[in-house]
Design a protein around this ligand. Sequence first.
Ligand SMILES: [Zn+2]
Length: 83
Amino acid sequence: MNVVSEATLRKTVTIPACENHEGIYSVDVEIDWICPVCGQPRGEVKKGLSYDGSLRLVVDTWQNPCGHIDKYADVRREAQKKQ
Ligand SMILES: [Zn+2]
């Protein structure tokens, strides 16, 4: 039986836990790896840095091939909705 399909592809990514992460507050979230705007697959995950204005935090970043930008605030909301 095929239990894994492209339609249900999910990924776990590390993102800032809040807007002012102070360089330490990150959270792992599992989300559908699909752009919520157009339904195309999200881009390749790379390690990057998030600035909260004064401190840096290592997080996962990605650029969607479709050009839509995933804001971390939206990704947090999406992850909460699914749990
Ligand atoms: Zn898109």
